[in-house]
Design a protein around this ligand. Structure first.
Ligand code: CA
Length: 224
């Protein structure tokens, strides 16, 4: 079982890591909200321990970002606050459970085990466009029943344009949603990734599904 721990207080982070590793968990630690979003969307974890008070994006924002990106990894929020409103905000943001600091490590373990038994909170429904089937929960794509291996970024791009098949999705929207608004890399990254997708999604099947609209963006169209 692999756990992502997002906690900016070094001592606390170290103690949690040590405690979890002693129990046989694999642990990755990050100390900012942005890093938490990055790791949790790029890699597979079985659960996330998420401190509310993090530099940059706080735990609530992290949780909302993950759920918006359809990352359903169970989240246990850690916080020094115990007010009912905070608890509600955490659960509204998509957290699965809530633990108030200071806590006994045994309680953290018990809550974590309960979350792991439950598995991902919600399973997003499959998206079907013609002979393409996208399963956001399992992160799998098939075309005509054939499994297609995509990188996480390629997957996110395909999933995003597949939400509105037949509708042109602007390049700027794709950049915002798939690369996040902080992205300041090269501007033709979308076109490059569409190229990658085409190689995997069109070439082997001999028919096009992604149409470029010059100067605007891309549209996913069911193959005819
Ligand atoms: Ca903190």
């Amino acid at each position: 079982m692999r756990i992502l721990v997002a906690e900016d207080e070094m001592k606390m982070a170290r103690a949690i890591r040590r405690g979890l590793e002693n129990e046989g968990y694999a642990v990755e630690t990050v100390d900012t909200g942005d890093d938490a979003v990055f790791w949790a969307t790029e890699q597979e974890f079985d659960a996330i321990l998420l401190d509310v008070m993090l530099p940059g994006r706080d735990g609530y924002a992290v949780c909302r970002a993950l759920r918006a990106a359809e990352v359903w990894t169970p989240v246990l929020m850690l916080t020094a606050r115990g007010a009912v409103e905070d608890r509600i905000e955490g659960l509204d943001a998509g957290a699965d459970d809530y633990l108030v600091k200071p806590f006994a490590f045994g309680e953290l373990l018990a809550r974590l085990r309960a979350l792991l038994r439950r598995g991902p909170a919600e399973r997003a429904p499959e998206i079907v466009v013609g002979d393409i089937v996208i399963d956001p929960a399992a992160h799998t794509v098939t075309r005509a029943g054939v499994r297609i291996e995509l990188s996480p970024r390629e997957f996110a791009l395909l999933e995003f344009i597949a939400h509105r098949p037949g509708v042109v999705v602007r390049r700027s929207e794709i950049l915002d949603h798939v690369w996040d608004y902080g992205y300041d890399g090269f501007s033709n990254v979308v076109d490059v990734y569409v190229g990658y997708l085409r190689k995997k999604l069109e070439k082997p099947f001999g028919s096009k599904v992604i149409r470029a609209v010059r100067g605007v963006g891309y549209v996913l169209e069911p193959p005819v």
